[in-house]
Design a protein around this ligand. Structure first.
Ligand SMILES: Cc1ncc(COP(=O)(O)O)c(C=O)c1O
Length: 345
């Protein structure tokens, strides 16, 4: 039975499936720092195969995965190119500056996509005064652009311009399986246009902990060393890797349900006077603008609480995420309830 989880804040709140919990209990563990944990090894191999990469590395979180990948690609003093509202730039505690001594060159994306001409213009040329540009980071789906999937053609266009300038390409693919499902393509079609990819097991895929970094052997070897440096070398980590295997083998296809639920949620909310849907709803996120109601996220959160839901936001814009644990009938009940609570316009 799926446990109800009436929480719109994020797909990070997902609870593990009963099968994941069972797998954690049954796991045969070993010391992963010595490469001896069978489930970690299996998970790393599986992730690499699914994404079409040579090697994989299990890390504690998406933030750690992005950090070790970026460190593996760069040298101190390099400049890296990122979208100005990307998670790595906004929400990873400035790790690239602290740990990598890197400069961030941000570009405003077009719905999260970095236009090739803007990337080209941002790459530094060879001059004694300038830092070298060494890496391009892409986020797919792009969270603050509304969970928009960056298409395969868009990925290729960015990859081509990056490679013309000898840049590495790192994909923050925290939700790259959402992108693949939304675009109706195999995830490899997307990830072929990145050297390294970070994927989160602990978001829509519902594992309790962990991310993977996938990429070429040489870069993953460097990333593994950085993981150890950051204190991320885990010992009997199979206990958390075993649920990760189930996340990859059993939880990817059902992301389509989350997307459908997000679409139904958006359609229902759109009918309420005073609520505006901010972006096209193409994956598991719905961004709403409440200014027409004269509300901020605080009033919205209180209204949701009355219905038994958790939702949060400080400004008039609130993000709602659909995920495992929220079923279609929950969305329908929520829409019925919220329609009766919002002020009548
Ligand atoms: C796009 C994106 N990248 C990376 C992360 C970081 O993942 P974690 O919270 O596991 O560090 C998040 C987390 O929400 C995210 O949304």
């Amino acid at each position: 039975m799926v446990m109800k989880n009436l929480d719109f804040r994020s797909d990070t709140v997902t609870l593990p499936t009963p099968e994941m919990l069972q797998a954690a209990v049954n796991d045969q563990v070993g010391d992963d720092v010595y490469g001896e944990d069978p489930s970690v090894n299996e998970l790393e191999r599986l992730g690499a195969d699914m994404l079409g990469k040579e090697a994989g590395l299990f890390v504690t979180s998406g933030t750690m995965g992005n950090a070790v990948a970026i460190l593996a690609h760069t040298n101190r003093g390099d400049e890296i190119i990122l979208e100005e509202r990307s998670h790595i730039y906004l929400n990873e505690v400035g790790g690239l500056a602290v740990m990598g001594s890197l400069m961030a060159r941000t570009i405003k994306g077009d719905m999260g996509w970095l236009r090739p001409e803007d990337i080209k213009a941002a790459v530094r040329y060879d001059n004694i005064h300038l830092p070298p540009t060494s890496l391009l980071c892409i986020e797919n789906t792009h969270n603050t652009a509304g969970g928009i999937p960056i298409t395969v053609d868009q990925m290729k266009a960015d990859w081509d311009v990056a490679k013309e300038h000898d840049l590495g390409v790192h994909l923050d693919g925290a939700r790259v399986f959402n992108a693949a499902i939304a675009l109706g393509v195999d995830v490899k079609e997307i990830t072929q246009y990145a050297d390294t990819v970070q994927i989160c097991l602990s978001k829509g895929l519902a594992a309790p902990v962990g991310s993977l970094v996938l990429g070429p052997e040489a870069l993953i070897k460097k990333a593994r060393k950085y993981r150890k440096m950051l204190g991320g070398g885990m010992r009997q980590a199979g206990i958390i890797a075993a649920p990760g295997i189930i996340a990859l083998t059993k939880m990817v296809d059902r992301l389509a349900d989350d997307h459908e639920n997000a679409r139904i949620l958006a359609e229902g909310l759109r009918k309420i006077d005073g609520i505006e849907i901010k972006f096209p709803v193409l994956s598991n996120m719905v961004y709403i603008d409440l200014s027409g109601l004269g509300w901020t996220g605080r009033e919205w959160g209180e209204a949701c609480r009355k219905l038994g839901w958790t939702s949060r936001g400080s400004s008039a814009t609130v993000r709602l995420c659909t995920h495992y644990g929220i079923e279609r009938e929950d969305i329908e009940a929520f829409l019925d309830g919220i329609t009766g609570i919002v002020p009548n316009k």
